[in-house]
Design a protein around this ligand. Structure first.
Ligand code: FA5
Ligand code: MG
Length: 487
């Protein structure tokens, strides 16, 4: 995930490119912003109005919503009865029982940059704020990129010791079977109050709560110490014992979610096939970095040959609690991807399926919310043939009139613009997009990129003519919107 920079591991692809683009100095950020104003796939003029789920907003030159995004906002899959995202939400909620935890499932998706970024301590030059990563309605208003956008408000309201928020979130991101520009997150937090813990001893109170959690026997790799002075620092307001106890409660609570999901997934598999034997579950904790937690971690699960990141979490930064008027409270927070969990639970192979209105998909989940103990695995309808097409292009040359100065060809290009163009044109017919080649001309330094687009419908066989039709439109749009030169 590039949205929130991980401290240690930077994997290939988008993340590397996002870091390469850097965006750390103000000049390059301005350049990015300028290019993006030209790319506005809704076709609306920069200053006008846009209506999101019945509310009208003034747009400006930051506006970069595409029509397919705006059209999907009202779907709210996390609260649709019998939808696998909603079923997954209910199962996770059952691990965080009321009244300790209060559930919020109806927060509106449009938030201020203050809520989405500033309230959480994102620095002004954080790449997550860039228009290549985030959908802006106007300079101060975005589609939330994560459920953490509501943290400060919920902490300020202080209605319960713990809470869960589930909601749709929006990001310009890679295209593959586990990434989608709209997805759903569940945010959770659990706080302890210094003035309410016996003798003010938070560590003892937390340890007592850990004792009350069920035991599990799942093996989890967790090679790192709970805190590390450089990599995962203890906050100055916390004692080591407090942070360790909170971290242990956090990790245990989330491991229990994984156990819950996999035991239900296994029961579903066994009911379909009594001889079913599952592979050993591989789960690991990794050190991470978020501007609003410290120490922080991500949890990964080995799935279909690769590590899949399912959540980020950590000890809440005390500054957030101070600003929310609750300086006496401390505790943990997490944010998990509901699609990723639902994919594990039901064995759903492709994230696009969640948006399907096809009865062959939706019909398989009907009635399950009333009967959570009777889950069934998803049975894929036949896999339709795929059709690969490559597109290779030179980035705008420094001499081109469309260029934004001598270094424009490396500084104003962002892979997410390619992703968005492809998604706008091909919609859910695009399975994934991957960069397969990149080089710089030895003399001119001009960069050439080649992307492979995999066209495959989930619902029918795509003809080569159809795929060619989409691909031709993609090629044209790349030239028109990004000013590249096709090779
Ligand atoms: C966050 O969004 C943090 N707000 C999480 C957090 C909350 C940390 C509270 C600490 C405290 P991240 O960008 O890693 O972190 O996203 C969280 C999860 O959302 C990921 O682990 C993944 O499961 C899911 N996710 C991220 N991007 C996508 C995407 N494009 N498609 C589907 N799921 C995604
Ligand atoms: Mg992440």
């Amino acid at each position: 995930m590039k949205h929130l920079t991980r401290r240690h591991r930077v994997s290939a692809g988008t993340e590397a490119l996002a870091l390469f683009v850097g965006l750390s100095n103000a000049a390059s950020r301005r350049l990015v912003a300028c290019t993006q104003c030209r790319y506005n796939s809704t076709g609306t003029s920069p200053s006008g109005n846009v209506t999101v789920d019945g509310k009208s907003y003034q747009t400006d030159e930051w506006h970069n919503l595409s029509s397919n995004i705006t059209a999907s906002i009202s779907r709210r899959l996390h609260v649709q009865k019998d939808h696998p995202i909603s079923i997954t939400r209910s199962i996770i909620e059952s691990r965080f029982p009321s009244p300790t935890f209060k559930y919020h499932n109806n927060f509106f998706p449009v938030v201020s940059t203050q809520q989405n970024f500033d309230s959480l301590g994102f620095p002004v030059d954080h790449p997550g704020r860039s228009k290549t990563d985030t959908y802006y309605i106007n300079q101060e208003t975005v589609l939330r990129t994560h459920t953490s956008a509501h943290q400060a408000d919920v902490f300020r309201a202080n209605e319960s010791e713990g809470w869960l928020i589930s909601a749709d979130v929006y990001r310009r991101d890679a295209i593959d079977r586990s990434h989608y520009p709209i997805f759903h997150q569940m945010e959770g937090a659990r706080m302890w109050d210094r003035t309410k813990a016996p003798n003010g001893d938070i560590a003892a109170a937390v340890l007592k709560d850990i004792e009350a959690l069920p035991k599990h026997s799942m093996k989890v790799e967790d090679p790192n110490p709970p805190t590390h002075p450089e990599r995962n620092p203890l906050q100055k307001e916390h004692s080591l014992t407090e942070a360790e106890a909170i971290a242990a409660h956090l990790k245990k609570s989330l491991e229990l979610v994984v156990v819950e999901i996999f035991s239900r997934a296994k029961a579903a598999a066994v009911s379909a096939n009594p001889d079913f034997v599952d592979e050993r579950l591989k789960v690991r904790w990794i050190e991470a970095y978020f501007p609003f937690t410290s120490p922080s971690w991500e949890l990964e699960i080995f799935w279909q040959g690769d590590w899949l990141e399912v959540l980020g979490c950590g000890v809440v930064k005390q500054d957030i609690m101070d600003k929310a008027g609750q300086p006496q409270q401390l505790g943990w927070a997490f944010g998990m991807g509901l699609e990723r969990i639902a994919m594990l639970l039901f064995e759903i192979p492709d994230i696009r399926l969640f948006w399907s209105k096809d009865e062959r998909f939706l019909g398989q989940f009907r009635g399950l919310s009333e009967n959570l103990d009777n889950l069934r695995r998803f049975v894929p309808f036949s896999k339709f043939p795929s059709c690969y097409k490559d597109v290779a292009f030179w980035l705008r040359s420094s001499s081109s009139s469309a260029g934004g100065g001598s270094r424009a060809n490396t500084q104003d290009f962002h892979e997410n613009d390619v992703m968005e163009i492809v998604r706008d044109i091909g919609g859910d017919v695009v399975e994934d997009v991957a960069k397969v080649d990149e080089f710089a001309h030895p003399k001119t330094g001009r960069r050439s990129l080649c992307y492979r687009i995999n066209y495959r419908s989930l619902e029918r066989t795509l003809t080569n003519e159809e795929a060619n039709g989409y691909h031709e439109q993609v090629r044209k749009a790349l030239v028109e919107k990004l000013g590249v030169e096709l090779r």
